[in-house]
Design a binder for this molecule. Structure first.
Ligand SMILES: *Cc1c(COP(=O)(O)O)cnc(C)c1O
Length: 358
C-alpha cells in the first residue's frame, strides 16, 4: 500500500487498491494514474474558524482530467472494457463528460455525451471536444439529459457511466482511503459538495470499509453542501429549475438521493445550503489566501464550513473535498476576483512604475 506523498511511482488507484475493488486478472486496467491527490492544510480557513480546528483540502482537482470523476471513470471504463463494451454514454454538467471521454478514448471506445446547452463551463467542454467525444448539447437541464441517456443505455449496447453505474462509486471510495492514510485516522468531519450525491455516498463507503477493517477507529460526520438555488437534498424536494453559478452541482433531482440520505443518517451528518455569494467568497479566499484554485462547486465545501462554523466542535479535524480544478471555468474566474488589473497600458517603464505606485 502506498503513502500518497512523494510517490513517483504511483500506478493509479486500481493498481494501488486492487484488493478493495471489484477487479480480477481479466480486468484490463484503463488508467491515467488518477488518485493519490494531496491533502493540503488550509490554515487560513482554520484560523477563521478558530477553536483549534485543523482544516485540510483534499484537492481532487489535481486528477488527470481535473476532477474526482477520474477516480470513478477508471473503474467504470475498465469494467466496461472487460465486458466487451464498445461505446459509453453519459449526461453531464461537464466533468463527467471530460473524464468519460478521456478514459473511453484510452480504451478505444466511442464516447457519447449529453450536456445542457449553455450550462457547461468552457474548460470542460474543451476537454470533451479534444478527447474526441461525440457531444450532444440539449435544450434542457442535466436531469433531462440523464433521463434520456438512461433510456438509451437500456435499449442499446452502450454502457452508462453516470454515478448510477456502481463501479463509479467503487473507484471514488478510494479518496477516503487516501485521507485515512494521510491523517493516520479518519477526520471528524468530511465536508463535500453534492450534485447527484454519488461522491458523498462513495466517500462513506470508503470510510466504512477502512473502519470495518480496523484501519480507522472512527468514521466522520458527513456534511453535504448544496447551492441554495439547487438544493433538492436540503429541502427534500425535486427542484424543477435549479439555479446556481456552480454548474457542476446544478442538479434538481439527484439519482443517488436514497444512498445520500442513508449516509446522512448513518454518519449523524447534515445537509446544508450555501448561497452563490458565499460560494464565490470561499472560491476567492482559497485562491488569494491559500494559492488553491478550485471550481465554484468545489468551493461550496469551504463556504459551508465557514457559514456553519458554530456547529463545529473544538479541536475537530476537518477535510473539505475540492472536487474540481479552477481552470475548468475560466469565465467564472475572470468575472469573480479581487485582482488589480490594468489594461491597455503604454509599453514604457514610466507608465509601469507609476502603476506600481513607486
Ligand atoms: C460531479 C461534481 C460534483 C458533484 O458530485 P456528485 O457525485 O454528483 O454529488 C461536485 N463538484 C464537481 C467539481 C463535480 O464535477
Amino acid at each position: 500500500m502506498k503513502s500518497n506523498s512523494f510517490n513517483k511511482n504511483w500506478p493509479g488507484l486500481i493498481q494501488a487498491y486492487k484488493e478493495w475493488l471489484p477487479v480480477n486478472e481479466n480486468t484490463p486496467i484503463i488508467t491515467l494514474q488518477e488518485g493519490g491527490t494531496p491533502l493540503i492544510p488550509i490554515t487560513s480557513i482554520s484560523h477563521l474558524i478558530g477553536k483549534d480546528v485543523k482544516v485540510y483540502a483534499k484537492y481532487d482537482g489535481l486528477n488527470p482530467t481535473g476532477s474526482f470523476k477520474d477516480r470513478g471513470m477508471t473503474m467504470a471504463i475498465s469494467k466496461a472494457k472487460e465486458n466487451g463494451c464498445e461505446a459509453i454514454i453519459c449526461a453531464s454538467t461537464g466533468n463527467t463528460s471530460a473524464s468519460a471521454a478521456a478514459y473511453a478514448k484510452r480504451a478505444k471506445m466511442r464516447a457519447f455525451v449529453l450536456i445542457p446547452d449553455g450550462f457547461v463551463a468552457h474548460g470542460k467542454l474543451a476537454q470533451a471536444l479534444v478527447y474526441g467525444a461525440e457531444v450532444l448539447a440539449i435544450k434542457g437541464n442535466f436531469d433531462c439529459a440523464l433521463n434520456i441517456v438512461q433510456e438509451l443505455a437500456n435499449q442499446y449496447p452502450i454502457t452508462l457511466v453516470n454515478s448510477v453505474n456502481p463501479f463509479r462509486l467503487e473507484g471514488q471510495k478510494t479518496a477516503a482511503f487516501e485521507i485515512i492514510e494521510s491523517l493516520g485516522e479518519a477526520p471528524d468531519w468530511l465536508c463535500i459538495p453534492m450534485g447527484n450525491a454519488g461522491n458523498i455516498s462513495a466517500y462513506w463507503m470508503g470510510f466504512e470499509e477502512y473502519f470495518k477493517a480496523g484501519k480507522a477507529k472512527k468514521r466522520p460526520k458527513m456534511i453535504g453542501f448544496q447551492a441554495s438555488g439547487s438544493a433538492p437534498l436540503v429541502s427534500n424536494k425535486i427542484i424543477k429549475d435549479p439555479k446556481t453559478i456552480a454548474t457542476a452541482i446544478r442538479i434538481g433531482n439527484p439519482v443517488n438521493r436514497e444512498k445520500a440520505l442513508n449516509v446522512k443518517e448513518k454518519s449523524n451528518g447534515e445537509f446544508l445550503d450555501v448561497t452563490d455569494k458565499e460560494i464565490i467568497d470561499a472560491y476567492k479566499l482559497l485562491g488569494k489566501e491559500e494559492g488553491i484554485f478550485c471550481e465554484p462547486a468545489s468551493a461550496a465545501s469551504v463556504a459551508g464550513l465557514l457559514k456553519y462554523k458554530k456547529k463545529i466542535p473544538n479541536k475537530a479535524t476537518i477535510v473539505c473535498v475540492l472536487t474540481g480544478n479552477g481552470l475548468k471555468d475560466p469565465d467564472c474566474a475572470t468575472k469573480n476576483n479581487d485582482a488589480i488589473f490594468y489594461s491597455n497600458l503604454n509599453p514604457d517603464i514610466k507608465t509601469v512604475i507609476n502603476k506600481l505606485g513607486f
